[in-house]
Design a protein around this ligand. Sequence first.
Ligand code: AMP
Length: 155
Amino acid sequence: MVSLEKETLRIPSVSELMIPSEKVAHVQIGNPLEHALLVLVKSGYSAVPVLDPAYRFQGVVSKSRILEETMGIEQFEMDRLSEILVKEVMDDKVPCLQKNDTMIDALHKLIDYPFVCVTNEEGEFDGIITRRTILKQFSKHYHETFKYTMVETTV
Ligand code: AMP
């Protein structure tokens, strides 16, 4: 039989786990898709946050959404990339977190998204928290918190 001995678990806040805004690649709401695709391809990310000129979070733009937008009837129409703006194709119905939310709040929102943006009360962009960070944190807690004890059982 395996018995689990539980120790006190301190749940970190979003501010302790997030990637701060200065390290996050982003695009502006008024950028053409051409620029957004360049940022996405160069950074290697599948999606990045979209901000307005006052650094307020507006949504998320993804490679797949951009490609979908350029798809014509028979071929990709790449010349359309300079005509369409990020704000026309971004997803603005994404959840956000605040710095004082907990890792558990983040976990719930990250079930459906690979990353979630962190904003302040004015909607200004503070950074992102990724699913990878939360999984790493859970793995760390799991190993630190639980001690396995093999106990012999007799029938
Ligand atoms: P990861 O868990 O590191 O694979 O990141 C998951 C997703 O979060 C990436 O595909 C990006 O969409 C986003 N992401 C992670 N780090 C950054 C960053 N520094 N700048 C912009 N987006 C990021």
